[in-house]
Ligand binder design. Structure first.
Ligand SMILES: [Zn+2]
Length: 135
């Protein structure tokens, strides 16, 4: 074995949550999670503005190295926010998405800006051409 073979490898970076570093193998997973969860806010030092409408938002880091834009100062009763749109903050300020788990009674959550962004339009499914007219 040569010197390079016996040299210690660079230590793999820890998963997000300790210093924000990310293992290379997880980068694609993290990007996919950010896309799926809508964590597409601009990273500092860019201002925390929505890239679609320009509104200033409450920007929070996620555990996967992306930033989510939340509606500022908006806490809502979690059971009134659709599943998949509930965000929570940990004491260190990192945001995480609650998923489809039913919230605890009386629980509150934060709302992502994209739910209320005036520049996004709800795309309704096209009518089914095979559907019969209502009687
Ligand atoms: Zn917006």
């Amino acid at each position: 074995m040569g010197e390079l073979d016996s040299a210690p490898r660079a230590a793999a970076a820890p998963r997000p949550g300790t210093d924000g570093a990310t293992e290379p193998v997880w980068e694609a997973v993290d990007r996919e999670q950010a896309r799926d969860e809508g964590a597409d806010g601009p990273a500092p030092p860019a201002p925390p503005r929505c890239p679609r409408c320009g509104r200033l938002c409450d920007r929070r880091p996620t555990y996967y190295g992306a930033y989510v834009l939340l509606e500022p100062g908006t806490r809502r009763a979690a059971h009134r926010v659709p599943a998949g749109h509930r965000w929570y903050l940990d004491p260190d300020g990192r945001a995480w998405k609650g998923g489809d788990v039913e919230p605890a009674a009386g629980g509150q959550c934060l709302v992502p800006h994209r739910v209320e962004c005036p520049a996004l339009v709800l795309v309704e499914p096209a009518p089914d051409p095979e559907a019969r007219p209502a009687a």
